[in-house]
Design a protein around this ligand. Structure first.
Ligand SMILES: [Zn+2]
Ligand SMILES: [Zn+2]
Length: 449
């Protein structure tokens, strides 16, 4: 006799309620039955005593709605499938234990039902097959997705690896060569230096604070604006501004630094796949017009948002805006340059993206004096494609990153223009141009038109 046949409507309703409750807890009732001893469920039921509710043996999880051992789970399923009817040889209230559970099937089954096991939780063979098919289908779909996932081609991966290597060979993180440059001289009246240092410090505090709150440079504008004002005030201050301006104490050191950087940029360019296949004239034209932009890009590696300066080793080689003004540049260049550095830094580029951006910058076909425009464009397009693919595949959340990087290239054009302007006026003064190196004079000198 089946116990649930004896059970009244009320008991039936109670059972369904319990199914519903379990569905709510585990999501899908049929899933519960399939993954009876799944790990997730074990985790979930950690607090429930892991003892079979039927026989007291070690339980393996919930089976057909009750915590049981594998033996009682199998017994219940077999009994239900066979629609077996058992009769107790004793008086119908045998105590079921691990050792005697085989002795009285009737009482064992009764115990199963009493602790809540339900045939509704047993899947039919077709259901089992459907479930298996579904799992297989999901696996197949997963495998197909994996196969269709965009991937960098081997050639693209090689190019990235070459560029990263080229950068490592031409960018020394230790900045150990800087001590060979003519030494930096940061002279000027003590009181003014001190007050500048103080204002720069408070400025950097304020800016680093605002950067962490606003991802876009709305707030930093104000800081850079105040930076601009601060220097204008100092510029018009009565004490020896002209004198200091004519000395340009940082010029020898920074001229050597720029000259050194140009050499490194040339080294990097030569290792960009395809660059050496261009004519010598086109290589030179590309380098002359992009060198300062690539220097600005690569210097971002040493730029620090905390103090808005370029830190290249010890305190001697830590350059703030003030230092660069002592090499003849004004805030008309330095204000947008710092803003550029801040914006670029906040893109948090991967090294792969950083080197690709430098290579793309170098291979711009629209530079003045380029003869084989098409050939340069092919090289640049290939790099742009790699960059876009790289971002899509490897930079989660980088949906807009490519566009932002291209915007940085546009910013570099106007920085380049302002730099040329300031460089020209500097180079017209012999006492200053004599401090420059032959390489700087050659690269920044005669503009290709
Ligand atoms: Zn058991
Ligand atoms: Zn019995």
């Amino acid at each position: 006799q089946f116990f649930w046949r004896l059970a009244g409507k009320e008991r039936e309703a109670e059972k369904m309620l319990r199914i519903k409750q379990r569905e709510r807890v585990y999501g899908d009732a049929s899933l519960t039955a399939v993954s009876t001893s799944s790990q997730a469920q074990d985790e979930f039921d950690r607090n429930v005593p892991r003892i079979c509710g039927v026989c007291g043996d070690k339980a393996t999880g919930f089976h057909f709605n009750a915590m049981t051992c594998e033996g009682c789970k199998g017994f219940f399923r077999r009994s239900m499938k066979r629609k077996a009817s058992f009769t107790c040889p004793f008086n119908g209230n045998c105590t079921i234990t691990k050792d005697n559970r085989r002795h009285c099937q009737a009482c064992r089954l009764k115990r199963c039902v009493d602790i809540g096991m339900m045939k509704e939780f047993i899947l039919t063979d077709e259901e089992v097959q459907r479930k298996k098919d579904l799992i297989q289908k999901r696996k197949d779909e997963e495998a197909m997705k994996e196969a269709q996932r965009p991937r960098l081609t081997e050639e693209q991966q090689n190019i990235i690896a070459l560029l990263v290597e080229a950068h490592h060979k031409t960018y020394d993180d230790s900045y150990s060569d800087f001590s060979r440059f003519r030494p930096p001289v940061r002279e000027g009246p003590v009181t003014r230096s001190a007050s500048r240092a103080a204002s720069l410090h408070s400025l950097s505090d304020a800016s680093s604070d605002s950067f962490s709150h606003s991802p876009d440079s709305g707030d930093s504008k104000m800081n850079l604006g105040s930076l601009l004002m601060m220097y204008q005030e100092q510029g018009s201050s009565p004490d020896s501004a002209d004198d200091e301006n004519s000395r340009l104490s940082m010029l020898p050191h920074l001229a050597d630094l720029v000259s050194y950087s140009i050499q490194k940029v040339i080294g990097f360019a030569k290792m960009i796949p395809g660059f050496r296949d261009l004519t010598a004239e086109d290589q030179i034209a590309l380098l002359k017009s992009s060198a300062i932009e690539v220097i600005m890009l690569r210097s971002n590696q040493s730029f620090s948002l905390e103090d808005m300066s370029w830190s290249c080793g010890g305190p001697d080689f830590k350059y703030c805006v003030n230092d660069v003004t002592k090499a003849g540049h004004t805030l008309e260049l330095l204000e947008p340059l710092v803003k550029f550095q801040v914006g670029l830094k906040k893109l948090n580029l991967h090294e792969e993206e950083h080197v690709l951006l430098m290579a793309i910058c170098l291979l711009s076909p629209d530079r003045p004096g380029i003869q084989d425009h098409a050939k340069v464009e092919v090289l640049q397009d290939r790099l742009s494609e790699i960059l876009q693919a790289y971002i899509r595949i490897n930079h989660p959340g980088g949906r807009l990153l490519y566009a932002k990087m291209i915007q940085k290239l546009a910013d570099l054009r106007s920085l380049n223009e302002e730099h040329s302007k300031q460089y020209r006026s500097l180079s017209f003064q012999p006492e200053h141009s004599m401090q420059l190196t032959p390489l700087v004079l050659e690269v920044f000198g005669g503009q290709v038109t």
